[in-house]
Design a protein around this ligand. Sequence first.
Ligand code: FES
Length: 204
Amino acid sequence: MCLCSLTGVCRPVPCYACCCAPSFPRAVSAVSVVSVSSPIGMKFFDRRSLEIARQLLRRYPKEWAQGATLPLLDLAQRQQGNFVPQAALREIADMTKSTIARVRATASQYEYIRLSDSGSPFRVCTSWMCEEKGAQALRKHAQREAKRLDVHINIESASCLGGCHHAPVLWFQDRLYENMSCSDVAVVLKEEKVEEEAEEKESD
Ligand code: FES
C-alpha cells in the first residue's frame, strides 16, 4: 500500500515523491520511455493534458510506467474539475499499459481522487489544533451556508493540512484558507456561488 494513504502526509495534494515515484537512473529513463497515443486516439485528455501526460511518462522507464498512474489521475481530475470519469481511467490504463481495474484500485487508495461528481471538495481540517480552535463549528456552519446558497460542493473533514499555526484551516479550490471564522466561510461560499452562476450563464 502506498505510504501516502497510510500517513496522509501528501493530502490533499499527492506529492508523488514516495513509493509512487521511485527513483531510477536518468540514463534508463532517457532510453526507455513510454509513448502516448496521438490526440486522435484519445477522447478524454485534451491536447494540453496530453502534453503534460507525455512529460510525466518520460519520468518512468517503460517497465515502470504504472508508477505514473497517480499523477495521471491527478491530471485527469484537474482537467475534468471534480472527479476522474470512466473515459479517463481507460486512457490512463492505456498509457501505462495497465488495466482499468488496476487504475481504479489505485484511485480508490486516495481520498483526494474522486470517481464521481459529488461537488468541489471543501475540506475542513478536524485534526487536533483546528479542532481546538472550533473546526466543528466551522464545518457545521459551512454545511448550513452551502445548503442555503445551494452551492455544488462536498463538505468533508480532513486530517492535518499543515497550517496548524493558523488554525482553523480549510482547503478549497486548490487553496489553503487560514484563521477561518464562520463569517469567512460565508464569504468563500458566496464567492463560489457567484462563480457557479457565471459558469452556468457562460454554458447557456
Ligand atoms: S491541525 Fe489543522 S492544519 Fe494541522
